[in-house]
Design a protein around this ligand. Structure first.
Ligand code: ADP
Ligand code: MG
Length: 674
């Protein structure tokens, strides 16, 4: 569909994401106002939202030091005041005695009778016809007025005739009304139903649009997936190499790990680029699957890369993988932003010369323009913490073949999300923890009993155990968060005299951080005080006590990750959530959830309920902005229907699919392809 608007107008509308007639039609109202009726002033009550009409009988600018415009309206049945705290000189000129005016707004009881503050108003003729439809109120931004937006949208609507893109009969089967009817109804509802009927997203017209939107998303994802299937990857055929690693491991894979590994290994054998998400709760043993995959790549004569979101985590991987892989002849290297320029240069040179088999690091892997000429496998740990661009950069093609990609995440993705945002991924799930773990007991302790918690730390250390102490998250200020950690470390060092108390935070030089982490791993530090840098990945089985200060400030996913740092050995583990009362309802719900369950999936489900999918996925999932109307919790059943319809449409004529995507996603599809 072509743009009917002069370019300059559309340019301004672009601020609203409106670039075409299709975008205009899909710019749906937030709510409605009823201007179809004028209420006699003597029937108006304070607290109502109404339209009144009458003649201006008095208009004056009053008040000091702040002036306001005060207008009095008379309709023969009574009088009402209109007050404007901000006004233009042109308004004073407009609203002169004798003029007829219709005003719409909230009525309140003022000092001298009923009044409306800043009503919407228009000058009217004596026998003017009232609107026959409810007045839509659209989302807008400064500089684009409702009247202009409404006029432009209604013009576009009047000339629009969108053929249905669904297969014949599909909408009826789903109980959804026709598309054009739904659009007309939502932009111009008839006045015979209460306003709220059309504001309710479960109205059939809304459901039709939600379905259309979800369908566009499914079509786009399925197309992206088909496009990937047409791309080539280098097959990685050496199954003997991972078998050699398995034979040297001190443990056997769990059943869930075996299944996941079989899926990954099979993908790697093929010439189609793997795009697989390995999902498993904290501590479920994803790293070993990554190591096996790396072995298959390296054995097949290719390089592998592993990227993790934080330096601590990347370093942990490096230290864990070294002892497993180096004895098998694998040449590992490590790259992070904190390395000296000359050290980075060395790593880059070795990687480019093919002298590195497995490169482990942070996003420095994609930012330091490292060349891995024979990259066959890119592994991304905690993938949800990376931006789309970074993930794409790591798997960018070398020559004409794409590397296989394995992503890992401990944040379980509820089914509806997996079906929408991750429809382009294959998913393997590790739904079993390695044996020998003892369940973690969670305790909620009010800040007033902090002393008892300190004694508990002492007792744990006396039994030969180690502990974590996580300092409060201070979202507003990283500097303050850092200072709090330093202060807490100082205070605990005094309170726990005789214990070896270490400190790690994100601003430490990496050498210092690594030295402390190492000492903690070797059991030479009893209590590790930290900011949330230890949130992911850290693995010290002898640590059996976790204290989280101001736990009420943390999100559920974060608390779950933090708690997962303990319970990794055979000792009974305890997680103490220290909180400061009073708790907000939401914080109470989060802490209750942590107390009630350690199941990552259940926690993710409640998290989704408490936060909604946008927050849940994080701002980095830019594909999110594509869903304007759908709500994945509320519309779960439509997600399934949209997926089925998308599959059927893709098997049919291509024209309908193209038309549908052009309407809904023109120019925005790239977000979905990561
Ligand atoms: P995550 O899935 O959170 O990344 P890790 O891969 O760090 O978990 O594994 C947690 C711990 O469990 C590590 O110490 C790892 O060596 C160990 N582990 C992994 N798989 C097994 C297994 N099958 N049996 C025993 N221990 C295992
Ligand atoms: Mg991990």
């Amino acid at each position: 569909m072509t743009a009917r608007q002069p370019a300059s107008d559309l340019g301004r509308f672009a601020k609203l994401g409106i670039r075409s007639d299709a975008d205009l039609l899909l710019h749906l109202p937030l709510r409605y106002e009823d201007e179809t009726r004028v209420v006699p002033i003597d029937a108006v009550r304070a607290g109502e939202t109404v339209q009144v009409g009458g003649e201006v009988v008095r208009a004056e600018v009053v008040g000091r030091p702040r002036k306001m415009l005060q207008v009095e309206l008379d309709d023969g049945t009574g009088r009402i005041a209109l007050r404007f705290l901000h006004y233009y000189p042109s308004q004073v000129a407009q609203l002169q005695p004798g003029r007829r005016v219709r005003a719409h707004g909230d009525v309140r009881g003022g000092l001298f009778g009923l009044e409306m503050v800043h009503p919407r108003y228009r000058l009217s003729g004596p026998a003017e016809r009232l609107p026959q439809r409810l007045t839509p109120v659209y989302p807008t931004v400064a500089g684009i007025g409702q009247a202009e937006l409404r006029r432009t949208i209604l013009e576009a609507l009047a000339s629009a005739d969108w053929p249905d893109t669904l297969r014949p009969g599909a909408a009826e089967r789903l109980g959804l009304p026709p598309l054009m009817d739904s659009l007309r109804l939502l932009h111009q509802p008839p006045p015979d139903a209460p306003l709220s009927a059309f504001e309710d997203r479960s109205h059939p017209a809304w459901r039709r649009l939600v379905f259309e939107e979800l369908l566009a998303q499914q079509l786009s994802l399925k197309r992206a997936r088909a496009a990937r299937a047409r791309q080539r990857a280098v097959p990685l055929p050496d199954e003997a190499a991972p078998a050699r690693l398995l034979a040297t491991l001190p443990f056997a894979l769990t059943g869930a790990q075996r299944r996941a590994w079989a899926e990954v290994s099979r993908d790697l054998l093929g010439g189609e680029p793997m795009n697989r998400l390995l999902q498993g709760d904290v501590g479920s043993g994803k790293t070993v699957i990554a190591a096996l995959a790396a072995m298959q790549a390296i054995g097949s004569g290719r390089q592998a890369a592993l990227m993790a979101p934080t330096e601590i985590l990347a370093e942990q991987h490096y230290r864990k993988l070294g002892p497993w892989l180096a004895p098998l002849g694998v040449r590992l290297a490590w790259l992070a932003g904190s390395l000296t320029p000359s050290a980075k240069k060395k790593v880059r040179a070795a990687a480019a010369a093919g002298e590195v088999d497995l490169l482990v690091g942070t996003h420095a892997l994609v930012e330091e323009s490292v060349e891995l000429p024979t990259l066959g496998l890119a592994i991304v740990d905690e993938q949800h913490r990376f931006g789309v661009a970074q993930r794409l950069a790591l798997r960018a093609g070398r020559g004409d073949a794409l590397p296989h990609q394995l992503m890992m995440s401990a944040t379980p993705i509820p089914r509806t999300l997996a079906m929408t945002y991750y429809a382009d991924l294959d998913v393997s799930v590790i739904d079993e923890l390695p044996p020998g773990r003892t369940p973690i007991v969670t305790k909620l302790v009010s800040e007033g009993r902090r002393d008892e918690v300190v004694s508990r730390v002492r007792a744990a250390v006396a039994q030969g155990r180690q502990a974590y102490w996580v300092c409060p998250l201070i979202e507003e200020s990283e500097a303050l968060e850092l200072q709090t950690a330093i202060d807490t470390h100082a205070a605990l060092s005094v309170e726990l005299e005789g214990l070896r108390v270490g400190l790690v935070h994100g601003r430490q030089p990496s050498g210092e951080k690594a030295a402390t982490m190492d000492a903690f791993s070797r059991g030479e530090v009893d209590l590790l005080v930290s900011t949330t840098v230890i949130e992911v990945g850290v693995d010290v089985p002898n640590a059996s006590l976790m204290v989280i200060e101001h736990a009420e400030r943390f999100g559920l996913a974060q608390l779950h990750q933090l708690r997962g740092r303990v319970g990794r050995g055979t000792a009974e583990s305890v997680c103490v959530l220290l909180y400061r009362p009073p708790l907000s309802a939401n914080a109470r719900e989060r802490l209750r959830t942590m107390y009630e369950t350690t199941d990552g999936f259940e926690i993710a489900r409640r998290d989704l309920q408490l936060r909604g999918p946008g927050e849940f996925l994080g701002a980095r999932q830019s594909g999110l902005s594509l869903l304007r109307f759908a709500d994945l919790e509320r519309d779960a059943e439509l997600v399934e229907a949209a997926r089925d319809e998308a599959a059927a449409m893709l098997a049919g004529p291509v024209g309908a699919v193209d038309a549908h995507l052009a309407r809904w996603l023109a120019g925005r599809e790239e977000f979905l392809k990561a």
